[in-house]
Design a protein around this ligand. Structure first.
Ligand SMILES: Cc1cc2nc3c(=O)[nH]c(=O)nc-3n(C[C@H](O)[C@H](O)[C@H](O)COP(=O)(O)O)c2cc1C
Length: 198
């Protein structure tokens, strides 16, 4: 079994970065389908596969970007430190156009009155989201898993006509990266593990 381990997989996991600047180059529909098929193969509670994907391009990206821009501007307006405000201006640029990405994907989950079921649905859809970002990365495409846009949720629901029986899980731009971000730091995993009964 050991010989079957594919090291490229681990490289992909470690080298994936959140991308906030994209080329305008379009993404083929077949490639998007391939990525979403990988997302659809995620594990899910009771195999309920409670996710759905909205794949947005064209004119609707404008009101979507405006919505997220508003979220970021409000966030900045509460900042006090000047240097923070300057670096945040770059973020406003990213937010307004999702960094120039030609596609934005929204992952939805089913809702349930039972909070335990609801939690399992959210976790399942998050597993799909992780498959999505990794599959995209494997194909040379960038993503940025985002929940910030949900701070303007009612607007998001109105723009995308999302019914109340769906939960918005995450939003991501999808496109060819136009930046190579530095690796983001991680706390050493050994500080996160409690070995029990070893
Ligand atoms: C649940 C979740 C929510 C996130 N929300 C946002 C967001 O609203 N905006 C954003 O730019 N990045 C967002 N991120 C990306 C994180 O900032 C990023 O994953 C983290 O800083 C580590 O960087 P890396 O993805 O490049 O390794 C989010 C990531 C996760 C998993």
């Amino acid at each position: 079994m050991r010989e079957m381990i594919d090291m490229e997989f681990f490289d992909l996991i470690k080298n994936r970065r959140s991308i906030r600047r994209y080329k305008s180059q379009s993404v083929h529909k077949e490639d998007i389908l391939k990525i979403l098929d990988a997302a659809n193969w995620a594990p899910s509670a009771m195999n309920r596969q409670p996710w759905e994907f909205l794949v947005i391009s064209g004119e609707l990206l404008k009101p979507l970007g405006n919505s997220y821009k508003g979220v970021i501007e409000e966030f900045i307006s509460k900042m006090e430190n000047d240097s923070e405000i300057i670096s945040s201006e770059k973020f406003v640029k990213f937010a307004a156009h999702f960094g120039g990405a030609p596609v934005v994907i929204v992952v939805l989950a089913e809702t349930n009155e039972d909070p335990r079921e609801q939690k399992a649905f959210l976790e399942s859809a998050s597993a799909a989201m992780e498959n999505l970002v990794l599959a995209a990365g494997d194909m040379g495409l960038g993503t940025c898993w985002m929940t910030g846009p949900l701070r303007d949720e009612s607007n998001l629901r109105r723009i995308l006509d999302i019914s109340p029986d769906k939960e918005i899980v995450a939003v991501t731009p999808l496109g060819y990266p136009d930046e190579t971000p530095h690796p983001t730091p991680r706390t050493e995993v050994k500080n996160k593990i409690k070995w029990i009964g070893w």
